[in-house]
Each structure stands twice: as C-alpha cells, then as structure tokens.
Write a protein of this length. Structure first.
Length: 154
C-alpha cells in the first residue's frame, strides 16, 4: 500500500514500519506548522509593538503641545490614550507566552518523532540516530491570564 493512500497510522491494514513512518511524518508536519505559526506571531507582535510605540510617541507630543497652550482641555483625554496604549502593550505579553508554549510543544513533538524514528528504523549508514532532548519542565507557562507584570518568562 503506498504511503499516501492512508494517512491513519492506526489503520490495522498498515505494516508497523509504514505506520511508524506515517506517524513520524505527521509529527514533523505539526512541528513545521508550529514553526510557521511562531513566525506569524513574531511578525504580528513586532508590527503591533512598533505601531503602539509610535502612537504613544505622537500622543506624548500632543500632551507637550497641549501643556504649552493655555487651553489644555485635551490633556486628560490624551493621558487616558497613553494609559490605553500602555495597556495594549502589556497585553502583547501574550506573544511571549505563546512563543514559550510553541517552542516547548515543538521540542516535545520533535523528541517524539526522533525517538519513533530511532526505535523503529534504528541507526543509518551515517551513524547513530540523534534524538532531540525533551523539555525538562512540563509546562513553561503557568498562568492563563495576562496582567501587567504577571507574565513569567523563562
């Protein structure tokens, strides 16, 4: 049976080697998808940070201008905008948590795929199979909400 006829490694008709190869392929595909997701998050986080900091800079300029004028009715509103921007920047800490979780999950999946390949196929003509180490900690991110200063980074 060709590998692409069945993508279910638990299909009872598949040979153990074919099932292991299919499962390893699925694990590696998921790892690559997580790497792409990581790049997307990095790009989005960088763009958001850049725009928030730029907006903050513009609002600070407006506050300075309004302070120089006798009619500074916009000053409290502009300070509120700065607070809201700071809150949005704090919320971007989700990217740090997502980055840690994606890296952790990718490393675990890679370890599983490597162990499966080594245990099923053994060493090849190039030498001993290399198995990426599994993460030492069970979960790098312990919180499930984001408040200013509550993000634990490792």
């Amino acid at each position: 049976m060709p590998m692409n006829e069945s993508s279910d490694p638990f299909d009872p008709g598949m040979t153990p080697l074919l099932a292991a190869a299919e499962l390893q392929d699925h694990l590696m595909t998921v790892t690559h998808d997580l790497e792409r997701l990581q790049r997307l998050l990095d790009d989005a986080g960088e763009a958001l940070s850049m725009h928030f900091y730029s907006a903050s800079s513009h609002v600070h300029g407006l506050i300075q201008q309004s302070g120089e004028q006798t009619d500074s009715t916009h000053h409290p509103v502009l300070k509120k905008v700065i607070e809201d921007i700071a809150g949005a920047i704090t919320a971007l800490q989700f990217q740090d948590m997502a980055t840690q979780l994606i890296a952790h999950t990718s490393q675990r999946l890679r370890n599983c795929a490597d162990q499966l390949a080594r245990d099923t196929f053994g060493d090849d003509e190039d030498g001993e199979s290399v198995v990426e180490l599994a993460p030492l900690r069970p979960n790098p991110v312990t919180q499930d909400e984001m408040d200013a200063g509550s993000i634990e980074l490792f």
